[in-house]
Design a protein around this ligand. Structure first.
Ligand SMILES: [Zn+2]
Ligand SMILES: [Zn+2]
Length: 162
């Protein structure tokens, strides 16, 4: 469902507040790029966002769109379907399985779980079409990245103590 205009205004308010907190200037480009993603239901890629924003701001470059999308992602204002900053990934495993993807390093690994193979499909999905396959993507922080973050935190704490 397309967000209602009040919802969109509210999200733009969040954008303003978040940019201010991060010390980043609000520009017409940033506003339009965010608005385009926030109101779309299609999970558009950067090229699509760029094309649409150009209807209102003809001079905007694809490079600006990419940089703005990464900024919005870093500020937690938007998400990606795939791990951040990764291109389309290929999977040689065509049997039924699921994925764990690390949001920090992009590590993607298969896992298996009968519960996920045949989950109860919500009616919301049935209203969209028929189901052929279910593949679950679990995102999180991998063990290596969390160990790295732990070490960094410990080092920081030590630094504060002395
Ligand atoms: Zn990781
Ligand atoms: Zn896989």
């Amino acid at each position: 469902m397309r967000p209602k205009s009040e919802e969109l205004e509210q999200r733009i308010g969040q954008l303003r507040a978040r940019l201010r907190r991060a010390g980043v200037k609000m520009t017409p480009q940033r506003l339009e790029i965010f608005r385009e993603v926030a109101r779309s239901v299609e999970h558009p890629d950067a090229e699509t966002v760029c094309r649409r924003v150009r209807n209102r701001l003809p001079m905007v470059s694809l490079d600006t769109v990419y940089r703005t999308l990464w900024l919005l992602l870093d500020l937690g204002l938007i998400n990606t379907l795939d791990p951040p900053r990764q291109r389309l990934r290929f999977d040689g495993n065509t049997s039924s399985h699921h994925h764990f993807v690390c949001v920090k390093c992009g590590m993607a690994r298969d896992f298996w779980g009968k519960e996920f193979d045949k989950p109860e499909i919500p009616d919301a999905v049935k209203n969209l079409g028929s189901v052929e396959r279910v593949r679950v993507q679990v995102t999180g922080v991998c063990l290596r990245c969390s160990a790295k973050a732990d070490r960094k935190n410990r080092a920081l704490r030590k630094g504060n103590e002395t």
